[in-house]
Design a protein around this ligand. Structure first.
Ligand code: NAG
Ligand code: NAG
Length: 516
């Protein structure tokens, strides 16, 4: 592992930490969990950063991308350089119409994904495929308006930052590549995880002439509007803990009122700060509760092999001395999960401050791309219902709108995703429209609650594993992978091969019909 690389990664994570969670009652505390496929993988295996997926075979290119695909005003014609990376090593070539596997970047720099997304590289040789990885606009090196300071200045420059533009970007770059290499008849399979998984499935539905099929890993395309109960995310977190250990679950469930009780005593916050070795003295109980909730949510989201993060947390909580008080047990869980550190809990704030100081920018940029996206279009309404191991906190849409208004000066559009992409009665609507999409999920992942978990048709397939976590199937394979994960990936490859075989048969028929 190269240390310098990892520290850059770490900064990125700390920002993510703040981007996550949750509906608080205090103003400015509305956060929607980030969906990154990378966090868990890197966290339990930082060596991935220098592993197989990042190889010398990768070549980087920049495409002069149109700023606004949907408007013909002069300013729409402005361009920015969008980064994409290709790997030709195993490509069978255009003459054989050999396939193209295209990874669609999500809410982060492409570098993170190149380090951990293994599905393309692991299977390139079996498909004789050209590999393409495309970065999402407004992330990494694909920033419009010359600099991120300019791009993130205000809603006027951020307005071009949405999923429809991003999908159109991907379509344009894929068409560009096909043209450049005369690969007009090479079938394209788009692949994405999390938010990127949503983009992959939506691209297949909107641009069937560009992508033959899509692998959408852990894509909660139904966590919009009221399609999914708003408490679903934290219900799954609760279920993961309950299934792992009933005593652990009960300890966590009972801890919140203990925190409240101590906080109400004289010097209560100081007592809690010292109990949890917080990096800064707690200013209120929200900081503590939010930090703990975030930790449990993250452990659940990435609760997969080899380490099973929920087991790690519960190992600490259950392993504490029976005679210890509840909060000492909770703290033992924190230490088990985070490892030995000089301080805990509100540490991310410090790291974010450090991040902001390092960046000569304004505060909107510090909120990151995901901040804008969740405040405009990707509004995943996440609350906490009554039957979880957390204190109930219903999602407050009006408060959320106010919060976004105060940050960006424009309100979010909570219904646009379902208007533009659909979602209501998805089986009824899609069973005779669209084809060739795999929705894969791991049921340990709280976001699976907003995923497609039932087959929609013969070729719109739901593929989930009971013990899988967020985006596990598209992360690089490993010798220690359990059999069910190997099988899930094999099934995906088999299904995609089936699509491609059918396409080649259709292509052959079309050509012979043309000749006769
Ligand atoms: C592809 O086909 C064209 C036309 O038949 C031919 O000129 C070219 O050499 C072929 N390229 C490869 C790499 O086989
Ligand atoms: C954004 O900033 C530019 C230049 O500073 C300004 O012209 C524009 O009106 C601003 N837009 C909004 C929505 O504040």
């Amino acid at each position: 592992m190269k240390y310098s690389q990892f520290s850059v990664q770490w900064l990125q994570f700390t920002v993510m930490v703040l981007s996550i969670l949750i509906t608080g009652t205090a103003a400015g505390r509305f956060k929607i969990p980030r969906l990154s496929p990378t966090r868990g993988a890197l966290m339990h295996n930082p060596d991935l950063l220098s592993s197989a997926a990042v190889s010398d075979d990768l070549q980087t290119f920049y495409y002069p991308q149109t700023l606004d695909h949907f408007n013909y005003q002069p300013e729409s014609y402005a361009t920015f350089l969008q980064r994409y990376v290709m790997n030709f090593k195993h490509w069978g070539g255009a003459n054989d119409s050999a396939p193209i596997l295209a990874y669609l970047g999500a809410e982060g720099p492409l570098d993170d994904d190149l380090a951990v997304i293994g599905f393309l590289n692991d299977n390139a040789i079996r498909f004789n495929a050209l590999l393409v990885y495309i970065e999402h606009r407004y992330y990494g090196k694909s920033i419009p308006f010359g600099s991120s300071g300019e791009a993130f200045k205000n809603a006027s420059t951020l307005g071009y930052f949405n999923s429809a533009q991003a999908i159109a970007d991907y379509a344009e770059i894929i068409m560009h590549i096909k043209k450049k290499f005369n690969a007009f008849y090479s079938p394209v399979i788009v692949i994405g995880g999390s938010y990127g998984g949503m983009l992959a499935s939506w691209l297949r539905l909107k641009y069937p002439h560009v992508a033959l099929g899509a692998l959408a890993s852990s894509a909660p395309i139904l966590y919009f509007g009221k399609l999914t109960p708003r408490g679903a995310y934290f219900s799954v977190v609760t279920k993961d803990f309950k299934e792992t250990s009933k005593t652990c679950y009960r300890t966590i469930r009972d801890s919140w009122s203990v925190i409240d009780k101590i906080a109400s005593q004289p010097h209560g916050l100081a007592i809690l700060s010292s109990k949890f070795k917080t990096c800064e003295p707690l200013k209120d109980t929200f900081e503590l509760k939010d930090g703990l909730q975030y930790m449990y949510a993250e452990a659940a989201q990435y609760n997969g092999p080899p380490t099973y993060q929920v087991t790690v947390v519960c190992g600490g909580i259950d392993g504490a001395n029976e005679k210890q008080d509840i909060l000492s047990k909770i703290f033992a869980g924190v230490v088990a999960y985070r490892g030995k550190q000089s301080c805990y809990i509100n540490q991310p704030t410090n790291a974010l401050e450090a991040y902001i100081i390092n960046q000569p920018t304004n505060s909107l940029e510090a909120c990151g791309g995901w901040g804008w996206q969740t405040c405009s279009e990707i509004l995943i309404p996440t609350g906490i219902g009554n039957n979880s191991m957390f204190q109930a906190a219903p999602f407050d849409l009006n408060g959320y709108i106010q919060y976004c208004m105060s940050l960006y000066g424009v309100p979010p559009r909570p219904h646009w995703v379902t208007s533009y992409y659909g979602g209501h009665d998805i089986k009824l609507i899609l069973q005779r429209f669209g084809s060739n999409i795999i929705f894969s999920n791991g049921l340990q992942d709280p976001y699976s609650s907003g995923g497609v978990l039932e087959n929609i048709s013969e070729s719109i397939i739901a593929l989930h594993t009971v013990n899988g976590s967020h985006c596990l199937d598209i992360i690089s394979k490993d010798e220690t992978d359990p059999e069910w994960l190997v099988k899930q990936r094999e099934t995906e490859v088999k299904i995609i091969k089936g699509w491609i075989a059918q396409y080649y048969a259709d292509l052959k028929l079309t050509r012979s019909n043309k000749r006769s």
